[in-house]
Design a protein around this ligand. Structure first.
Ligand code: ZN
Length: 238
């Protein structure tokens, strides 16, 4: 099967409907034929139900993240605030949302491309950081690249990044994808960026290049809905 391009990659929407709508509008203005969602649609933000409905309608590939897992199986390992919000989201979701979550895979493969939330060996929980972050681990990356067929699309860190097999890391903008090289590609977070830039992040994949996009959205509206410590994080991009 030949994958249609460009492919839009979105991740970590985290119940932020305003951010998701801004990103989808931009995606559709680029003639995108397919959208892949790399998990963590719920958690943190104010609108888990409407976000799940929108993703179910618009995305072609959807894999579950640790927050979807926590809705279904409990919040073990979550910090206090994240766990409290998941418990609240569980009460906001309807039966159709639960069915959507229960049918979600944690990994999708096609044409040498793997789609996960965390990493290829631990699709739900493992963080993969690029070199400018303290948690960057070259040995981890060498091990991961051994199991990656060609490309692995993942999210979870909320940090946009391209990591090449030779461990060269790219932060954003337009990144060339060289034939014969393996890559890990993270589109960053739609609904809760953590790289100090509060604008929504996502990526367009054209086969031979990745184009990262940053989009402003109505952060203040989302902050008014969510309140508390989450509003501060959304404004600061943390
Ligand atoms: Zn997340």
């Amino acid at each position: 099967m030949k994958t249609l391009l460009p492919l839009a990659l979105i991740s970590d929407v985290h119940a932020n409907l305003e951010a998701l709508q801004a990103v989808l509008e931009d995606i559709h203005s680029h003639g995108v034929t397919r959208i892949a969602c790399l998990g963590d649609m719920v958690g943190y933000g104010p609108d888990p139900g409407p976000v799940l409905d929108t993703i179910e309608k618009t995305c072609d590939v959807v894999v579950a993240g640790n927050h979807e897992w926590a809705i279904l199986h409990g919040t073990e390992g979550f910090n206090w605030l994240a766990a409290q919000i998941i418990d609240e989201h569980r009460t906001l979701l309807e039966a159709r949302h639960r069915t959507f979550l229960e049918n979600m895979r944690i990994r999708h493969d096609e044409d040498g491309r793997t789609f996960v939330h965390g990493s290829i060996r631990d699709p739900l929980m493992e963080y993969v950081f690029p070199s400018r972050y303290q948690l960057y681990d070259p040995l981890q990356l060498i091990e991961l690249f051994e199991s990656i067929p060609v490309l692995c699309f993942s999210g979870h860190t909320h940090i946009p990044a391209v990591i090449r097999e030779d461990l060269e890391c790219f932060d954003g903008g337009d990144v060339e994808i060289e034939k014969g090289m393996k890559y890990i590609i993270n589109p960053g977070s739609v609904g809760q960026p953590r790289d100090g830039d509060p604008r929504s992040s996502y990526a367009l994949f054209y086969g031979d290049r990745v184009s990262f996009r940053r989009l402003p959205y109505d952060v203040e509206l989302t902050c008014r809905k969510v309140g508390g410590p989450m509003a501060h994080r959304l404004r600061a991009g943390k």
